[in-house]
Structure formats: C-alpha cells, structure tokens
Write a protein that binds this ligand. Structure first.
Ligand SMILES: Cc1cc2nc3c(=O)[nH]c(=O)nc-3n(C[C@H](O)[C@H](O)[C@H](O)COP(=O)(O)OP(=O)(O)OC[C@H]3O[C@@H](n4cnc5c(N)ncnc54)[C@H](O)[C@@H]3O)c2cc1C
Length: 428
C-alpha cells in the first residue's frame, strides 16, 4: 500500500497522522527530537520536582478543530473549564480587580453591565473596534483602533498579544478579527476558557501517540529530515515535480528512503527548516518569543483538580496560571525580555506574581525559566502574506503547521485545522 511519510511530530504531524491512519492510510512519522509535541509539550523538571509544560496554553470552547481532535484521540475529558466565560484581571499599577464576564447570547450584553465589562470602560468605548472587520490584509491592529482610553490598555492590547504573540503596533488586524469572529462574536458559548488539567502532554500528545500505536503507526524519534530528492516536472502528473527520496541525518540509521510512485509526504516542521528543504518555498522568516516562568510555591494555591488563571495589566507578566503548588507565568511577544538573563526574568516575574497573589519571598521554593525564542511566526502583515497553503509545487508533498495559511493566528486551533487541510489535500 502507498505510504504517507509525516515529518515532524508536533501537533500538526500528530493530527495529520491520526486523521490519515484512522482513514486507513499506512503512516510513518519521523521526528528529529527525542519526544513528540514540539512547541506543545510536558516534561519533568528536576529543579521544580514537578512535571510542567513548556508554556501555558489556553484554548477556547469555540475551537471546534481542537474538540474534534480531542474526540478522535479519546481525550475530551482532560481539560478544565470554569462554568462561565469569565476572565479575571488585576491591574498592577492601580490595584483594580475585575472579571470580564461574557454572557451566553451573541448580543454582547456584557458591554452594558459594569460588573461584566472591563473596569473603567463605558459601552461606547467598545465601538473603537468597529473598523476591525473591514481591515485590509496590510493593516495593523493599531491602525484600526482608537488607542486612547482604558479599553486599549486593558483589552485590545492584552488580547492581541495573547492571541497573535505580536504587539498591536505591528500585528495583522485581519487575524485579530478572525479570532473575534470565531469567539467573542459567538458570545459566552464560544469563549469559555479550556486549560489542560494535567498538562499538555497528558491532554494533547500522549493520547495521540497511544491512538497511533493502536493503528500501527511508528514514530521514529531522533530522525532529522536533511534533504529531499526530486524528479523533474515534465515526467510527472499535473506538470509538477515529485519527491523521489527522503534523506535523514546519518546518525539515525534510517539513511535514505526511496519513495514508491504513490508515496506521499506531509511536511509538518516549522517554516525556516521547511524552506531550507523545499526549494523556492515562500514562508514566514521572522518569529516572536514567548517566555514562561514556572514558580513552585510553599503551599497549594488550588485544589488538585483545578486550574485558576489571572490576566495582569501594567507589569512584565501577562498571565498567571495556578495549578496546585505551581504558578506558571506567561509573557508573550517577549523578544526583549527573552534577551534578559534567566535570573533577571525570574526576579521581574516573581515581583509581579507575588504582588498579584499576595505572596512573599518565603513562599518561593524554586523557579524555572523557559524561553521559546521562536514560539510563533511574527504575525505582521508582511509575514502573514508569506504563509503558503497546504499544496506545494511537488505533487506528493503537502504542508501542515501553524504557520501555513489557515486564516487563523498561529495557535493550536490553527495547527489542527492545517493538519486536516493538508491530509485532505493529499492524492488518494
Ligand atoms: C510557549 C508557547 C505558548 C503557546 N501558547 C499557546 C496558547 O495559549 N494557545 C494556542 O492555541 N497556541 C499556543 N502556542 C502555539 C502552539 O503551541 C503552536 O501553534 C503549535 O504547537 C504548533 O505545532 P506545529 O506542529 O505546527 O509545530 P511544532 O510544535 O514546532 O512541531 C514541529 C516538529 O517538527 C520537528 N522537526 C523540525 N525540523 C525537523 C526535521 N528536519 N526533521 C524531523 N523533524 C523535525 C520538531 O522537533 C517538532 O517536533 C504557544 C506556543 C508556545 C511555544
């Protein structure tokens, strides 16, 4: 039977593999790292003595691609959600606290309720987003918003940075609107936060590996694709060239795989290595960082089964996620902070954390800083225009990954949808 060779076992590679193997295709996966998950992974950290994620990942109930994926790997029960679409915030400068509480219907009644909307705002302030749906592909978020007033600092700026990992002064307005249209425009039903209860590995990665094992799919770890050999366009269907061989780095033992006439490839690796392997591929070239600090504290902050989170305004930290005795702090669009030393980051983020949660120096048991310098591509208009679709110039290669042109930001939802689009674009 024709085989599908999937390169990369991040979420894009795993979701393609599950989709294809469940449809009866013969699938193999090749992953350069020693574990699956890529930018979405859990691991045991010796310093903390706890299993942690590389970084906090927040999903929303409107993410239907993710929900389908969770069903396909039998993992829908592994997420924690509050009962309502409620997002608590704390302003470190003014010490105000509020909860953004998006009620159920599509009509945004919450805007008219002082206890549900952003503190210090008035209903008419929300009209500042009226130009977003009409933004052209070349517009940034800031070009479509009124930056005066508290709504920008307490809503638009943190929302853009969290959703696009890019500051609103350079972030693509169209991508932000797509997020709004798929979540806020659906009301509270689409905005309920979802957080992996025991972490990303147990929720999104390990159940996929178990599902694939049952379907006979092997993941070859420590196997880096180094090169692809091609045949010329004239000899092949549709006037396109095709890949004839996959060349892996020497130390894996796999060496070169010569492809049969009906073999196909899903290239599910990040844009820079993909462009290094596929001649002429136009893909994003710039990225933005996310920094996470994980603090183990002296006493549990939540019950075992629960996760709590808090948005911060006016400090270095953006979001705190509390799970048992670990507080994980996220800073997105963090290219400046990522260049600080780990000690400096620890001190700055602990200061914000301790202040927001009423902790002091004695509460800090251990800290771990994780810098993901290429967390996502830079979601600017210029880089967004470089996103390719799943189909390539080669008849038997398709692309999957959060950087491909899904119309969504680089996110788990975008990744899963890219994987489904890539799988369906493969010749049968
Ligand atoms: C800190 C952080 C926080 C985030 N927070 C959120 C969030 O809150 N919500 C959200 O929706 N998204 C979030 N994201 C984004 C999300 O994690 C990504 O969109 C998603 O994981 C991308 O998956 P992928 O499979 O496209 O890429 P990757 O995870 O990068 O997977 C690519 C895989 O390919 C492998 N590989 C690379 N080159 C080769 C090669 N030559 N040969 C073989 N294998 C190779 C890599 O080792 C990797 O395993 C966050 C990302 C980070 C880093």
């Amino acid at each position: 039977m024709a085989r599908v060779h999937i390169i990369g076992s991040g979420l894009a590679g795993l979701a393609s593999a599950v989709e294809l193997a469940q449809a009866g295709r013969d699938v193999s996966i090749y992953e350069m790292a020693g574990q699956a998950g890529g930018r979405c992974r859990s691991f045991f950290d010796e310093t903390l003595g706890r299993t942690i994620d590389n970084g906090n990942h927040l999903l929303m109930s409107a993410n239907h691609g993710v929900r389908d994926y969770l069903r396909s790997i039998g993992s829908h029960g592994r997420f924690w959600s509050p009962r309502e679409a409620a997002y608590p915030f704390f302003d470190l400068e003014t010490q105000e606290r509020w909860t953004l509480n998006i009620d159920k219907g599509a009509f945004p009644r919450w805007i008219f309720k002082p206890g549900s909307r952003v503190a210090g705002t008035r209903p008419w302030h929300y009209l500042s987003g009226i130009r977003l749906p009409f933004a052209g592909a070349e517009r940034t978020v800031d070009e479509c918003l009124n930056r005066a007033g508290p709504l920008y600092r307490r809503f638009w700026e943190p929302l853009t940075v969290a959703a696009l990992n890019t500051h609103p002064s350079e972030a693509t307005a169209k991508l932000l609107w797509r997020v709004m249209a798929e979540t806020f425009a659906k009301g509270g039903a689409g905005c309920v936060p979802m957080v992996a209860r025991e972490g990303l590995g147990p929720a999104l990665i390990n159940p996929a590996i178990a599902t694939l094992e049952k379907l006979g799919v092997k993941i070859h770890f420590g196997t880096r694709l180094r090169d692809v050999k091609f045949s010329s366009a004239e000899k092949n269907r549709g006037g396109k060239g095709r890949a004839t061989a996959l060349v892996f780095s020497d130390d894996t033992g796999i060496g070169t795989i010569n492809l049969a006439a009906d073999d196909n490839i899903v290239l599910a690796i990040p844009p820079v290595p993909a462009a290094g392997i596929l001649p002429g591929l136009i893909a994003p070239t710039q990225s933005r960082a996310i920094v996470n600090a994980h603090f183990r504290v002296a006493r549990p902050l939540t019950s075992k089964d629960e996760v709590e989170f808090l948005g911060l305004i006016g400090g270095d930290a953006d979001w705190l996620f509390m799970r048992d005795d670990i507080v994980s702090v996220t800073v997105s669009a963090a290219d400046v902070i990522a260049n600080w030393s780990s000690k400096t980051i620890e001190q700055a983020l602990w200061r914000d954390t301790a202040f927001a949660l009423g902790l002091d120096e004695q509460d800090l048991v251990a800290a771990r800083i994780i810098k993901e310098k290429r967390a996502t591509f830079a979601q600017t208009p210029e880089q967004t225009a470089r996103r390719p679709g799943p189909v390539t110039n080669w008849s038997n290669i398709v692309l999957a990954g959060d950087w491909t042109n899904t119309g969504l930001p680089a996110s788990i939802e975008g990744t899963i949808r890219s994987a489904i689009a890539a799988s369906r674009a493969l010749p049968m």
